[in-house]
Design a protein around this ligand. Structure first.
Ligand code: ASP
Length: 310
């Protein structure tokens, strides 16, 4: 019998978010988050695992051009989309990741194939594409991924001569728009997924934290599931997602305390910019961010879905 004490959280990145308010598409984000969370709920109530739920949510977030993942990903220094993604199963610490990939419609679905159908954790570039072909993962042309607003954003970043996170103006802060999901199913299994186009105007071949186990994603049934967003280099150097899990493991913190402690650590150590969503082994939800805003939604222990653009 599947219990209804499942929990699910999703995020659509962190940043200053003024541009979302200025452009008046706050409600587009809220509706999209709500729809995807409710879809994820259906996966869990109909017996899907935490891994199924995070894959479902990540695929739908990737398909929505509002977010910096899959369709609508930000552009690298050559105006191209290069994507990173990872998925982790808290039961047995199994993980699959892909980095620097092009034309794969749903990088998270490919990451799950890596988890299930290969003996490796991470595939990159052309090898990942070949593996996608081998496993009939859907491929799209460049036009599918590149949307007009990303071209405008990329031109701004090129003019300013810098890299930036997605949800940000060129000044004063930069923007992040990666997507992620964490879940606990009724059987107590935890899972996490993170997927991104990276940061705007990034160097060709740059890989961020999102596909790195322990940096942008982590899940362990004994502690918690974590998905991160922010300046990837800072999350890599602090191994931030594993750090959050360690706060649960060694300090006995719950999801909210660990999320806060993790972000404090990120700021103290590297003056880092970003956020995390966390579900602990008891199904409690937590969120933390050092950016002025973060887009996220949660269903805690089977309750109603609550979305925030804060
Ligand atoms: N963490 C992502 C990266 O550095 C960016 C983001 O979260 O928006 O690739």
């Amino acid at each position: 019998m599947i219990s209804d004490n499942f929990s699910l959280m999703i995020h659509g990145g962190a940043g200053a978010l003024q541009h979302i308010r200025r452009e008046g598409n706050e409600s587009d984000f809220m509706q999209s988050m709500q729809r995807i969370l409710e879809g994820g709920r259906q996966v869990l109530v109909s017996g899907g695992t935490a891994l199924d739920a995070v894959e479902y949510c990540a695929v739908h977030l990737e398909d929505d051009p509002l977010y910096n993942a899959g369709r609508g990903s930000v552009l690298n220094e050559y105006g191209e989309v290069e994507m990173d993604a990872a998925i982790m199963d808290g039961q047995g610490l199994e993980a699959g990741a892909v980095a620097g990939i092009t034309n794969v419609k749903n990088p998270i679905a490919l990451a799950r194939r890596v988890l299930e159908k290969s003996e490796h954790v991470m595939l990159i570039g052309k090898g990942a594409r070949e593996f996608a072909n081998l496993h009939n993962v859907e491929i799209m042309t460049d036009n599918y991924f590149v949307i007009d607003s990303r071209i405008r954003q990329w031109r701004e970043a090129q003019k300013a001569g810098g890299m930036m996170l997605d949800h940000e103006d060129v000044t004063p802060q930069h923007k992040l728009g990666t997507i992620g999901a964490v879940a606990r199913d009724g059987n107590g299994n935890l899972a996490a997924a993170t997927s991104t186009g990276g940061i705007v105007n990034k160097r060709w071949g740059r890989v961020g934290d999102s596909p790195i186990v322990g940096a942008g994603v982590f899940a362990d049934n004994e502690t918690c599931a974590v998905s991160a967003t922010g300046y990837g280099e800072q999350f890599q150097r602090t191994v931030l997602s594993k750090m959050v899990s360690d706060f649960v493991h060694f300090k006995g913190m719950d999801a909210q305390a660990a999320a806060t402690a993790g972000i404090n650590y990120l700021v103290d150590k590297v003056n880092g910019l970003g956020g995390v969503i966390v579900i602990d082994r008891n199904g409690h939800c937590g969120v933390g961010h050092s950016t002025s805003g973060m887009i996220y939604g949660a269903i805690e222990l089977g309750g109603e879905s609550l979305c925030h653009l804060a």
